[in-house]
Design a binder for this molecule. Structure first.
Ligand code: NAD
Length: 256
């Protein structure tokens, strides 16, 4: 039976690159995203490549949306083998004293609560296939990196790693593996979603270059395909003994 991969945030960036990569490898793809138009475009592109897919508009920080989407995936494809919990936003980047409660709620909601919700609703199906869970965290989840003002984003990404580890321990007895990937700067559309309070950020003096000389958001950002290749490896039998681990994919930038 053909395997099915569920990808949240599948309409853009890392999720989209992973959809094409797993599609090429024979997976049926379920894209979940909040952006309807982009979903339609990506689904058409997958169809053009001969990949079977379903595109579902869903806000993955809302339980009713997640439950409905998972039910639709199962009734459409019959099974779930891979869940790539990847949807995320930078949220608000600002000094801590300027952040609002709603900034916390939205940043934690999309980056972390979504991981809990998609896991909760897919675990019964992953138990049947001995499936794979992958979470997109960030270098910001464990290292301070250079993103001053990213206290909420970093908190959410750290929480995702903790959640992944507990999922790996709790679900391992069912043959389910769980890992997190921690990208550095990747060239995607995520900046469009960032509500940086630039005047406030000057207070914390964001460096524009890595200490190794690469520019933070342009020349230095790696293509999303680099991350998609890691996702592909984690889904494969070659990674069958890999679970409970966070993997950095940043060309060592965050070590500087
Ligand atoms: P992106 O903006 O290109 O893609 C993110 C996708 O998530 C978008 O299609 C967006 O519509 C979707 N999304 C946002 N909120 C959603 C919601 N509530 N419900 C459903 N979908 C939603 O950005 P990307 O860089 O591909 O981001 C993918 C993941 O990678 C994110 O979790 C991000 O935090 C993480 N990440 C990115 C970088 C980077 O440099 N680009 C670095 C580290 C981690």
């Amino acid at each position: 039976m053909q395997k099915t991969a569920v990808i949240t945030g599948g309409a853009s960036g890392i999720g989209k690159a992973s959809a094409f990569t797993l599609g090429r490898e024979g997976y049926q793809i379920a894209l979940l995203d909040i952006q309807k138009e982009r979903l339609t475009v990506v689904q058409q592109q997958l169809t053009d490549k001969g990949v079977s897919s379903i595109a579902l508009e869903a806000n993955v920080s809302k339980e009713e949306d997640v439950k409905k989407a998972v039910d639709q995936v199962v009734s459409h494809f019959g099974q779930i083998d891979v869940v790539f919990s990847n949807a995320g936003i930078n949220g608000t980047f600002a000094p801590i004293e300027h952040l609002k409660e709603e900034d916390w709620d939205s940043t934690m909601g999309v980056n972390h609560k979504s991981a809990f919700l998609i896991t909760k609703h897919t675990v019964p199906h992953l138990k049947e296939t001995k499936g794979v869970l992958i979470y997109t965290s960030s270098v910001n989840g464990t290292r301070t990196f250079s993103n001053f003002g990213a206290s909420l984003y970093s908190s959410a990404k750290a929480a995702q790693i903790a959640f992944m580890k507990m999922a790996a321990v709790e679900l391992g007895r069912f043959g389910i593996r769980a890992n997190a990937i921690c990208p550095g700067a990747i060239a995607t559309n995520i900046g469009e979603n960032t509500h940086a309070h630039s005047s406030q950020l000057k207070e914390v003096a964001i460096p524009t270059e890595y200490p190794n000389g690469r520019h933070v958001l342009h020349e230095g950002a790696a293509p999303a395909q680099k991350v998609a290749d890691l996702v592909s490896f984690l889904c494969s039998e070659k990674a069958s003994h890999l679970s409970g681990t966070e993997i950095f994919i940043d060309g060592a930038d965050s070590l500087f």
